[in-house]
Design a protein around this ligand. Structure first.
Ligand code: ACO
Length: 325
């Protein structure tokens, strides 16, 4: 017998305001709906209003995940929030979410791995659970990334959106085979030599300002396709599986063309790929749990199915997770 982290429920939350591509044009961004859709697959994004904080979105997503899991908030002993846009520099957004939920036990912290944040956070929660240091974890990806956007830079501002997604993981015993429910394995990587391809040009320890998101899109695109397919191969090989065993690919939603390239490499038909980029745009650490919640919510993902998640983001960081729901 082995300890597994079983995914019992998933929830999501979006800001109240939808901003379509045409609305961006109307706001003065020098772009077009056609360009954005053709290059990225994005049709709209949700943008947080001034009174909507990352912790508000995270808390709503966490409540929805707990409700779907049928788990009482009182048993949660670990809260991890993956975010690049915390409410404050400190305390962590996880501490705020924990407080909002009325949890005073266990431990809580944030993870910063940009777009890979959810896979990193999931890995940490899984490791704590398998070590017996936590029993029931809330793993949340939440962002108000719009606050880091330079609206005069059309090469970046059209790509991102705000939102949150959360999952509840709980310790359970499994047989130690790939038929077990729960996380089968997780795989993380980073290569700090690529720091300058995707970064924010400010910070409390450098400029004393927030800064704006800056990106060399072509370089990110080139690395993303290679790194994501490598880490997927690694995850499948670690479990003695081939892509045929995967029921659903739930990838980070950065660009439709990156996702399609990956699915093609894996010989996974479109019908087995969850794609929410058209509605949500790139919500960084929130994108995978948002996509997961969408596909569980509309009944596409069924209990017992094998899900492959992967992501790449600034750092560069990247990773993958295989989970049987
Ligand atoms: N609207 C209209 N035209 C634009 C826009 C825009 N929003 N942005 C750029 N252009 C123009 C450029 O100025 C350029 O014009 P030029 O040829 O006259 O110089 C032309 O469009 C082509 O620009 P490219 O940068 O070559 O366009 P490309 O096809 O590479 O697409 C994109 C750009 C969408 C950013 C792509 O490189 C990409 O998706 N990269 C991956 C980046 C990514 O997803 N990052 C997310 C964060 S990391 C992650 O989550 C993996």
């Amino acid at each position: 017998m082995v300890t597994r982290s079983v995914l019992l429920g998933c929830g999501s939350a979006l800001p109240r305001t939808v901003v379509t591509n045409d609305a961006l044009v109307a706001r003065g961004v020098e772009t077009s709906h056609e360009w954005i859709v053709q290059r990225t697959g994005i049709a709209q994004r949700y943008i947080a209003d001034g009174d909507e904080k990352t912790s508000d979105l995270a808390t709503s997503a966490a409540r929805a995940a707990l409700a779907q899991a049928g788990v009482d908030v009182g048993v949660v002993d670990l809260v991890i929030v993956a975010t690049t846009t915390p409410d404050n520099v400190f305390p962590s957004t996880a501490a705020r979410v924990q407080g909002n939920l009325g949890i005073t036990r266990g431990f809580a912290f944030d993870v910063q791995a940009v777009c890979s944040g959810f896979v990193y956070a999931l890995t940490m929660a899984d490791n704590f659970i398998r070590l017996g240091q936590a029993q029931t974890a809330l793993v949340i990806g939440a962002e108000t990334l719009s606050r880091l956007l330079d609206w005069s830079d059309r090469t970046t501002c059209v790509l991102f959106g705000d939102g949150a997604g959360a999952v509840v993981l709980q310790s359970a015993q499994g047989a130690g085979t790939v038929a077990d429910r729960g996380l089968l394995s997780t795989h993380l990587h980073a290569d700090g030599s690529q720091y300058d391809h995707l970064f924010v040009d400010g910070g409390v320890g450098s400029t004393g300002t927030f800064g704006f998101l800056r990106m060399d899109g072509r370089e990110v695109f080139r690395h993303a396709v290679t790194r994501l397919s490598e880490v997927v191969d690694e995850a499948l090989a670690a479990n003695g599986l081939t892509a045929e065993a995967v029921d659903w690919l739930v990838p980070h939603q950065a660009n439709r063309r990156i996702i399609e390239g990956l699915a093609k490499k894996l010989h996974l038909p479109e019908e087995r790929v969850v794609m929410t980029i058209a509605q949500h745009a790139n919500t960084s650490a929130a994108s995978i749990p948002l996509a997961l919640a969408t596909a569980i919510g509309d009944g596409r993902i069924q209990k017992g199915q094998l899900i492959l998640m992967n992501a790449m983001g600034g750092g560069f960081t990247w990773g993958a997770a295989l989970v049987r729901v």
